[in-house]
Design a protein. Structure first.
Ligand SMILES: CC(C)(COP(=O)(O)OP(=O)(O)OC[C@H]1O[C@@H](n2cnc3c(N)ncnc32)[C@H](O)[C@@H]1OP(=O)(O)O)[C@@H](O)C(=O)NCCC(=O)NCCS
Length: 202
């Protein structure tokens, strides 16, 4: 039987489990975590929590559901080979978009034609990734973000909730964009940027 393992039993894991159950693509969905305290009971009704060694052995498909980019990258490296993407049935993903292995697309998110997502990218509730946008591995596009046409986002970037990135803007690896920011110009150095227009905080 096809078993999907959701690896990461925190809040983001719950969101992914909910989407996976609704997608009804995997007959069995289980969850696990490196933290033994999170490996008993259920993540959601019908999604049993099991210890990692047993869970990884039994899984035919794995989705790493950890919000923190560095932890997600570490687990993806350890669990590579069976990574699958999960999209909520209420997400809109163009047939002309490309998703790398292990991406998550939440409810009401839109991925437009010729958008390209790398490995293990999160596009959260209601975010819009418009045409010709690229998003690098392990980046997280938070709820209600708008990435306009042609935007290029690097690896391990967090674009905070509700931020807007204007057409064609490039964002370097390891940038954090604060919630509600408007990114009007390229962000070429790693760092934390916030405000309207976005300016470097750190
Ligand atoms: C920008 C951000 C990363 C800064 O966090 P931080 O490094 O802990 O910074 P602090 O909270 O110490 O704030 C530093 C200063 O920036 C201001 N600031 C923080 N976030 C801001 C934001 N989003 N926009 C404008 N100003 C902001 C603070 O008011 C503070 O100002 P002060 O020095 O005048 O008091 C964080 O506030 C943020 O917006 N994170 C995004 C969270 C998010 O959307 N996550 C997605 C979850 S799914």
């Amino acid at each position: 039987m096809t078993t999907l393992l959701i690896f990461g039993a925190g809040g983001h894991g719950r969101v992914v489990a909910d989407a996976a159950l609704l997608a009804a693509h995997w007959p069995r969905v289980v969850a696990s975590d490196r933290d033994p305290a999170r490996c008993a009971g259920e993540l959601l009704a019908g999604v049993a929590l099991v210890p990692p060694a047993e869970a990884v052995r039994a899984a035919t498909a794995i989705h790493v559901a950890i919000g923190n980019a560095a932890s997600r990258e570490r687990e993806v490296a350890a669990l590579a080979g069976r990574l699958v993407s999960v999209s909520h049935p209420a997400a809109t993903v163009s047939a002309y978009a490309q998703l790398g292995a292990g991406c998550f697309v939440a409810a009401q998110a839109v991925i437009a034609p010729y958008a390209r997502l790398g490995i293990s990218v999160i596009v959260n509730h209601g975010a819009v990734v418009d045409h010709d946008v690229t998003v690098g591995d392990f980046s997280h596009i938070a709820p209600l973000v708008a990435l306009a046409g042609g935007v290029q986002v690097g690896r391990r970037v967090l674009v905070g909730s509700g931020a807007s990135v204007l057409p064609g803007v490039r964002i370097a690896d390891d940038v954090v964009v604060g919630a509600g920011a408007v990114v009007a110009d390229h962000l070429s150095e790693p760092g934390v940027y916030a405000g309207v227009p976005a300016r470097r905080l750190k």
